[in-house]
Design a protein around this ligand. Structure first.
Ligand code: NI
Length: 141
């Protein structure tokens, strides 16, 4: 099994909060990330596709095609956007790094033309990142 990674970067703003809580409670839970007028991050996204190399091309999946898919279904929607209001697949969702990774997984899962989506890693800062492998980790024989 081969695990092929495409790395992308995007910049976006967000505010972490739960509308059920007051500003003070949100501040207590989410700290600086709950600043009412938002703040930004330079995110790093790593999309990993698992599969076997094609006998003729040697590819797990054509990286040019994978890049176009990520561009169309993720980057065009999130880059230089406000994640709380501008992004269809995050509507009504608190844009934590966890929820961003789940949202991106859901955008990509059924669009990978060869192999299978194995993981989506989103890095919000040098020190904080998350990796999502779907609801049930895929088993390979
Ligand atoms: Ni933040």
């Amino acid at each position: 099994m081969l695990y092929l990674t495409r790395r992308e970067v995007f910049s976006a703003s967000h505010r972490l909060y739960n509308e059920k809580y007051t500003d003070e409670e949100n501040e207590k839970i989410f700290g600086k990330c709950s600043n009412p007028s938002g703040h930004g991050h330079n995110y790093v996204l790593e999309v990993v596709v698992a599969g076997e190399a094609d006998h003729e091309t040697g590819y797990v999946v054509d990286l040019k095609i994978l890049k176009e898919i990520i561009d169309k279904h993720v980057l065009k929607k999130v880059d230089h956007k406000n994640l709380n209001v501008d992004v269809d697949f995050l509507k009504g969702i608190n844009p934590t790094v966890e929820n961003i990774a789940i949202g991106i997984w859901n955008q990509l899962e059924d669009k990978i033309p060869r192999g299978r989506l194995y993981s989506v890693k989103v890095k919000e800062t040098e020190n904080n990142f998350v990796e999502y492998k779907g609801r049930n980790e895929i088993e390979f024989r």
